[in-house]
Unconditional design. Sequence first.
Length: 57
Amino acid sequence: MADSDRVRFSRQHINARCKTLVEYGLLVHLGNGVYDITREGEQYLAGELDARNLEAK
């Protein structure tokens, strides 16, 4: 994606999106811009979890 002229993103945008995913328990912030996916995040990506049922923590 980074090499594509069709996809535009910024670090700030990615950071904001990751923070939202942390709020809903799909990622864990490890520090210094590093995130890890949670079990729930894996389930969401596999289509096993409906994100509409999640609540912000």
